[in-house]
Design a protein around this ligand. Structure first.
Ligand code: ATP
Ligand code: MG
Length: 386
């Protein structure tokens, strides 16, 4: 019988509230697997059984935060060592290999090194193209000998995503622009256990339905790593135009960002968010200097703003975007509101007093409320299985 055995990482370090983490992990795993699949969470591992499509099940598990390893195993019921050796006789492999024994059952009559040698001999007898190489193996044959008369045999371990189960750290609202950075920021926030919803500021008719569809696709691609989410689409044309008309050119981006944060906080507070996420990155562009970032910070009164990418290099962000599958969508060439209203020379180190003086030229609260009252909310499903 085949089963999938998964290891979890950091949860091992949790003390009294470990049960809370494991409960969430179990819930998240069950949410991505078809009904009927059994998930057993124990003190040391997760065992998945009764699945129909092995490859698809492994692929789904590789998208669950909190798991560090995933291996398809043959489950062997044993009463003596020969039962395990017998199963090895049908193992087909070629090339360099080594055998690793994990002997949880300390009353198993043969010690690990000696049993590894016996297992290796059996494999060599049955596979003329196989050779033992303990330093540089192509295949590691892992045999776990458990206490309860069960052993697990595996020939390959896949890496899990690591991190913590989505949801254990609370909820976040991520500003998503359609660029490369913000989906990666959302992914990293999820990695540390935040369940992420999204907010996007759209400026029709300057930004198109296609630009909006692209943002929705990005959100769905990120949702494939976690859970269902909400996407709040906020009309931003009025705010952008008023800033452009009434305020000094240099401050357009700075002021737009402040409106975005104010609206995000308002949406977040009304919908149970614990924090705000942005894809900002120190010194990447003129608006992301420390002073630019600080000017955004002062807008949010109650929710902290987290910036998972703050110290990443662009190359690192691009590599991650490629790895998680958002890059190709992000580089589709549609306008973002910031590119529509972008000034010739944005202020690089905005002074807060000057920013506030510019902002005084607008009726901040009315503009925020008007936009807020016209928000469209979309429910995005968990897209693991798609
Ligand atoms: P990205 O690649 O995610 O677009 P960026 O490097 O282009 O980021 P900016 O355009 O300066 O950076 O935006 C900084 C951050 O502000 C974005 O990562 C995102 O979190 C937020 N943001 C920018 N534009 C929008 C928008 N139209 N809707 C929602 N959030 C936005
Ligand atoms: Mg952008």
């Amino acid at each position: 019988m085949k089963v999938i055995v998964c290891g979890y990482g950091e949860i091992h370090l949790k003390g009294a509230n470990r049960g809370f983490f494991l409960h969430r992990l179990e819930k998240n795993i069950k949410a991505v697997l078809p009904a009927g699949t059994k998930v057993i969470v124990t003190d040391t591992r997760v065992v998945v059984t009764d699945y129909t499509d092995e490859q698809q099940t492994v692929a789904c598990l590789q998208r669950v935060f909190g798991l560090i390893s995933i291996k398809v195993c043959q489950k062997i019921n044993y009463t003596n060592p020969e039962d395990i050796l017998e199963n090895l006789r049908s193992l087909k492999l070629s090339g360099k290999f080594k055998v690793e024994i994990n002997r949880a059952n300390k009353s198993f009559p043969i010690k690990s090194p000696a049993f590894a040698a016996q297992c290796g001999d059996v494999i060599l007898q049955k596979n003329s193209n196989a050779v033992v190489d303990v330093h540089n193996p192509e295949t590691i044959v892992q045999i776990e000998i458990r206490n309860n008369g069960v052993a697990y045999l595996a020939t390959g371990v896949k890496k899990g995503l690591g991190g913590l189960p989505v949801g254990v750290s609370g909820r976040a609202l991520c500003l998503i622009s359609g660029g490369i950075d913000s989906p990666v920021a959302a992914f990293l926030a999820m990695k540390r256990g935040l369940a992420v919803d999204f907010v996007h500021f759209a400026t029709p008719p300057y930004t198109s339905d296609l630009a909006l569809a692209k943002v929705e696709t990005l959100c769905r691609q990120v949702c494939a790593y976690g859970h269902e989410a909400k996407l709040y689409i906020v009309p931003f044309t009025e705010i952008g135009s008023r800033i452009q008309k009434n305020c000094h050119d240099q401050y357009i981006i700075t002021l737009m960002r402040r409106f975005m944060i104010a609206l995000t906080e308002k949406i977040g507070l009304a919908n149970g968010a614990d924090c705000i996420i942005t894809g900002e990155n120190l010194a990447q562009v003129a608006s992301q200097t420390i002073q630019g970032i600080a000017s955004n910070n002062f807008v949010a009164k109650q929710l902290p703003i987290l910036r998972p990418l703050i110290c990443f290099d662009k190359e690192e962000i691009v590599n991650l975007a490629k790895k998680i599958g958002t890059y190709e969508t992000s580089i589709l060439p549609y306008e973002d509101c910031c590119t529509v209203f972008v000034p010739q020379r944005p202020v690089i180190k905005p002074n807060l007093a000057d920013v506030l003086a510019e902002e005084e030229k607008l009726d901040f609260d009315t503009l925020v409320n008007n936009s807020y009252n016209a928000i469209l909310c979309k429910n995005l499903p968990n897209t693991y299985a798609e």
